[in-house]
Write a protein that binds this ligand. Structure first.
Ligand code: ZN
Length: 130
């Protein structure tokens, strides 16, 4: 990454690609350096961390730029820049963005594990004879 001041602008240059290496340090290909992230209404460009050396898929890295775009405009920008994006699912019960594992409730809606655990406890209470 290079950061420069050109006239009255700060210009950040990030190579589009990064080289992937396997566990013994041999090149195995390349992946993008940047990925878009949509977390509810917050749209950002994030670093993508290559995990080929561990035989794993890339990992989401730090937030580089948080945009003021709404998801629709952000998706359009990502398409123009040929940057992939991830849109996090939103829990149908607590309405928080879901990071990682989630489940599907009996209505076919995505719910986070906290809400799923709460649902199981409540179902257990209803079935318990007092
Ligand atoms: Zn939830």
């Amino acid at each position: 990454m290079q950061i420069k001041k050109i006239k009255d602008k700060i210009v950040v240059e990030i190579p589009f690609w990064q080289t992937s290496y396997d566990a013994v340090g041999q090149e195995v290909g390349r992946i993008p350096n940047i990925i878009g992230l949509i977390e509810k209404e917050v749209c950002s460009l994030n670093q993508l961390i290559d995990m080929s050396y561990k035989g794993k898929t890339p990992q989401l890295g730090g937030n580089l730029v948080e945009t003021s775009l709404e998801p629709k405009g952000f998706k359009k920008l990502c398409k123009e820049l040929q940057i992939d994006y991830i849109e996090l699912p939103v829990c149908s019960r607590c309405f928080e963005a879901i990071w990682g594992v989630f489940t599907i409730d009996e209505e076919g809606k995505e719910i986070c594990l906290d809400c799923d655990n709460e649902r199981k406890i409540n179902v257990g209470k209803k079935n318990r004879k007092v």
